[in-house]
Design a protein around this ligand. Sequence first.
Ligand code: R5P
Length: 311
Amino acid sequence: MTEIVLFSGNANPALAQKISQKLGVPLGDATVSRFSDGETRVELQVNIRGRDVFIVQPTCAPVNEHLMEAMVIVDACRRASAKTITLVAPYFGYARQERKSASRTPITAKLVAEIMEVAGVTRLLTLELHNSAIQGFFNIPVDHLFVKPVISEYFKNLHGNVIVVSPDAGGVERARAMAKQLRCSLAIIDKRRDTPNECEVMNIIGDVKGKFCLIIDDIVDTGGSLIKSTEALIENGASEVHAAITHPVLSGTAVQRIAGSKLQQLVVTDSIPLSLEARKCNKIKQITVAGLLSEAILRIHNQDSISSLFL
Ligand code: R5P
């Protein structure tokens, strides 16, 4: 079998380095820089003819920049006759616009899927998509990983009065899977605006009184949903609130807001690198998905099952 070739863009070199160490495969020599006007400049310094190429590049902020950079690397690989080109994008940017939420709005997740295919991606390896149905926007294979094994390993010593909480109806499937894994019950936050102009009401389905609440979500961006959910749980008698959220987008003043909130701990993964401010925040703990991704890369290369990773 041919050897794996691993490249990294500039979105998350630390994660690419960890994957490289776990696989025992050095990062391929490549120049990924900018021309003076800002255009992406790529030059691969290794022969990849007939090889399985894996490019580690989450399309995180600045999303347009990192997406385009990934596509230029993919184009270089295609023109250099790679056999397969797998984009390892644990965070898939633009996923939240996955349907028309109002008239005359785009479906960016579909647009990005088409851009990736046209550029030459032959497989996408991703993690906790905002909506699993995004897989159907691709005509190439999509390996969609779940963070469940990594999060449940981190919380394996939790005992007692624990309840997993989905912060909205859309996240119930994800939270239910985690509750099953941690062998605890599930609560759901039902957000409602009864009349337009009236502020959002958060009804909690499930009994959280006196319980250790663990909020499970895919993305923490401004932190708004997380903080409001925390407040609603505390108002309803939760003893403490923690959260495990896969992708730390953490834009704007999110870190400051989380630091000043009643949330005790936010566990995130390294699908997206943390800012210095987030790294300094003692409520935020980052755990790595490098092991999960490298195992998936190995299985793809060896044509083994990926789903058995989650059994
Ligand atoms: C929404 O459906 C997502 O699952 C997240 O809850 C949302 O993207 C979080 O955004 P923010 O942190 O800005 O409230």
